[in-house]
Write a protein that binds this ligand. Sequence first.
Ligand code: UD1
Ligand code: UDP
Length: 361
Amino acid sequence: MKIITVIGARPQFIKAACISRLRPSIVKEIIIHTGQHYDDNMSTVFFKQLHIPEPDYYLNVGSGTHGTQTARMIEGIEKILFNEEPDIVLVYGDTNSTLAGSLAASKLHIPIAHVESGLRSFNKKMPEEINRVITDHLSSLLFCPTHTALDNLKKEGIVSNVHLVGDIMHDSVLYYKTKAHKQSDILTRLNLSAKKFYLTTVHRAENTDDPNRLTSILKTISQLDHDVVFPLHPRTKKQIEKHQLHIYLSSPHIKVTDPLNYLDMLMLESEAKMILTDSGGVQKEAYLFKVPCITLRDETEWIETVTEGWNHVTGVNTQLILNTIDQFKLPPKHPALFGNGRSAEKICQILLEFLKSIKKK
Ligand code: UD1
Ligand code: UDP
């Protein structure tokens, strides 16, 4: 039995590591790295730190417009699928690499398994929303992290081969958090005191490509009352340079870093006083570490974290964010929203059963 895993962006490396670790040995896995993320600190570092097998194919697609980037990926993936003839293609999340893997496989009538299926922001201006809706509708096997995701699929008429398995990033946090505490010296390196700093990440197109929104976010962090760690995504770095917004980051309480490795990131997340982010993964990790979160967007797919009171969706208005931080009350309850940390195990089992069933036909 043969699966082809298509990955290309930072969060996909982290998710794929969980499955690669547990994959049953009778299933051969071939990894295609599209090259969507290519800087060492956005790609190689995760393969090394999380012991992900070297990709069998590297497409070297790089950056570009959505059309160019996705088209290059499809062209490369299609050739490999022709040659390798896998039984299934495994895709993760909602990036252009996810979409390309799904489109290439579906046209060749190869079944698709989608991990992190059913997420919706209901905002079609988000490229990720388009990618995930299309991928879900093309998939033969759908793995949902939450009840909300399951309900979203049901409303779109997708009901067969849909499995609620919990969130694979929870598995990852449980697996690596102790290691992070043992190995990461990031608090010392950045001269931080536990629970006395904010952690901020920003990379969404809606925030980085709109100079007004980006300025508003930077202005806000320049006014925070404790240290702020700000690992800069390359997209954000480029926009800050383009619009000459460094001035907002010049205060010594703002610690700008390059993108961090996973263990340093987990360490910072677990020890932060509060997290301000537009990342999907970081919102979840904040919840898992019981750290209050401010989501710098106008909506979120991880709505349960908001309902439970651990996450406030503020958009980018400075005064609203500062007021929300001031008034944040830690909720008394912290239910297990993302499963029991055994999602990868469940996914592998279901995948194996599915492969056996299609082999019989
Ligand atoms: C992509 C995903 C997004 C995901 C994010 C995770 C899409 C449409 N977006 O966004 O869903 O949340 O990854 O981080 O797939 N760049 C570099 N070096 C790199 C990678 C990117 O310099 O290694 C710069 C380039 O200028 C590029 C820009 O970042 O144009 C954006 O990269 P891209 O992969 O297109 O989108 P992300 O914002 O990273
Ligand atoms: N992450 C990391 N280093 C960083 C920023 C994020 O290791 O400098 C990790 C983070 O802990 C989470 C994942 O990357 O596991 C989230 O990826 P990202 O925010 O790029 O994308 P999203 O989840 O929004 O798609």
